[in-house]
Write a protein that binds this ligand. Structure first.
Ligand code: BG6
Length: 502
């Protein structure tokens, strides 16, 4: 599906709660700008920023304009070269602003008046706020009658991550949302699902007959899922110190990748079928006992180190991080999926800040050839075959194979069969939020998380949270390196090793 072949989304009033926050300027506004560039916004789409700071619509637009221009000049994430002023002017005309306290019912009375007749009563309430406001805003939207669809227009609520901090809080948040709206109206975002390469996992698996023939425990030895980042906690120390790598990345982003790799083929490509299969596979992750959770997890925290010549501070020296913090900035886990396809195949997950390279990838490691053909020769044991699916930054898929090096000697070498996105497709600048916003405007929930997807994710990580609260060690690793040695031992113990990064 290319952008050019799909119609513009219909009319709507899009309310952005937390309009002065980072998410709106860094990702949502650039995504709306890109959707405008591709002709995918309806003439009657209005965008209303909602926040407590007093401002006029013109001031709101001006602030965003300054940011968008600077970002485009610097070549920021999802930005083209330079800001197209005509395109921006068309987007700016859609902008409006409502000053209001999220907790004050008067704010919601004011919002009701802003739902434009031209939008046919359609409205989306995007909660780009701090998570503590999610229940409050949802409740007040409900009390003000803003979620009532009986007059004909649709009413949808977009909820950002983090969705809870453990199983109990995620269940409570779901219950609170479902009190005032139906599941059909809730769009829980995981921005990984907006990434082309993540969506491509399903297309590759289910539209190439080849893959299905070996996609199971007969041929696959184990699966590795890595999200390595070079950045530290930047300005988010206060949030991160309460959160840690496990909560920040695993039940959401890494489990989405795991679900894409491990789910059964859905009966149809509709929201219910796809999300049903994902919920099943995440629900099949074996809940570890406390002892096994400790054995199958490694926590790490970066200390001072180097990236090239640049000196990097340790995590405990970062702004708004406790000097004796025990929060993990790296986590490696081993999980098992208890179903027919994956019985006996470990899934190793790792993610960390301040690692040596930025690399989000899935490495599928195949079982060795059944018979050691060359054992009488001088050859070393062949390396395992991997299929690497790189999500970012060098998007594509690569098979590691063994080949004979030309020459009289019998020498095996590792070679790659590959597909890089950039060699086949013209990639237009995108933030990853374009598809998600478009899908929300057109009512397609396939790429959004259903309540059971979220709760099953937390159910699988809760044993680690519980076990760590009682016991276990946080291993140090120098910033700029690939996590603590204990992370390597997690695989070495099973006679395996991490696929090289990069
Ligand atoms: C966010 C996390 O959800 O995802 C961040 O809160 C993390 O800590 C980010 O850096 C990673 O996203 P991406 O798209 O850069 O892989």
């Amino acid at each position: 599906m290319t952008r050019q072949t799909i119609p513009a989304a219909g009319p709507c009033t899009l309310f952005l709660f937390g309009a002065n926050g980072d998410l709106v300027k860094r990702l949502l506004m650039p995504a709306l700008y890109n959707l405008g560039r591709d002709g995918l916004l309806d003439r009657n789409l209005r965008i209303v920023g909602v926040d407590h700071n007093p401002a006029t619509a013109a001031e709101f637009a001006q602030r965003l304009h300054a940011f968008m221009r600077e970002r485009a000049d610097k070549g920021g994430e999802g930005a083209g070269k330079g800001l197209d002023e005509k395109l921006w002017a068309r987007l700016a005309k859609r902008l409006d602003y409502q000053t209001g306290d999220f907790l004050d019912p008067a704010t919601y009375t004011a919002l009701a008046k802003r739902i434009d007749k031209t939008s046919h009563g359609n409205a989306i309430f995007y909660l780009a706020t701090s998570p503590r406001f999610f229940p409050e805003v949802a409740q007040r939207l409900g009390e003000a009658g803003l979620l009532d669809e009986s007059a004909g227009g649709y009413r949808r609520v977009v909820v950002e991550k983090p969705f809870g901090t453990d199983l109990a809080s995620a269940e409570a948040l779901n219950a609170c949302l479902l009190k005032v709206m139906s599941e059909r109206q809730i769009y829980r975002i995981d921005h990984y699902l907006g990434k082309e390469t993540v969506q491509n996992i399903l297309v590759s698996r289910f539209s190439n007959g080849l893959f299905e023939s070996f996609w199971n425990n007969h041929y696959i030895d184990h699966v590795q899922i890595t999200a390595a980042e070079t950045v530290g906690v930047e300005t988010r120390g206060a949030f991160y110190d309460q959160t840690g790598a496990l909560r920040d990345m695993v039940p959401n982003h890494l489990f989405q990748l795991l679900a894409m790799v491990a789910m059964e083929p859905p009966a149809a490509f509709g929201a219910d079928a796809v999300r049903g299969e994902k919920a099943k596979v995440i629900g099949a992750i074996r809940p570890w006992s406390a002892k096994m959770a400790l054995k199958n997890s490694v926590r790490g925290q970066y200390t001072a180190g180097k990236q090239g010549r640049k000196r990097l501070a340790g995590y405990r020296q970062e702004d708004r991080v406790a000097a004796d913090s025990q929060t993990e900035t790296y986590v490696a886990l081993k999980v098992m999926i208890d179903n027919w396809r994956w019985a006996g195949v470990p899934f190793y997950l790792r993610t960390g800040k301040r690692m040596s390279v930025r690399d989000t990838e899935i490495a599928i490691c195949f079982k060795p050839a059944p018979y050691a053909q060359f054992r009488e020769s001088e050859l070393e044991r062949p390396k395992p075959n991997y299929l690497k699916i790189q999500i970012q930054p060098n998007e594509g898929m690569w098979f590691d194979l063994q080949a004979k090096r030309p020459g009289p000697e019998l020498v095996m070498e590792n070679v790659e069969l590959g597909f890089a996105y950039k060699d086949f497709f013209k990639m237009t600048p995108a933030t990853g939020y374009e598809t998600l916003i478009y899908d929300c405007l057109t009512g397609d929930q396939t790429l959004f998380q259903r309540a059971d997807n979220i709760e099953n994710g937390w159910r699988a990580v809760q044993p680690f949270l519980d076990a760590w609260a009682q016991d276990g060690e946080v291993h140090e690793y120098p910033a700029g390196e690939d996590g603590p040695e204990a992370g390597n031992e997690l695989l070495a113990r099973d006679k395996r090793e991490w696929h090289r990064l990069g």
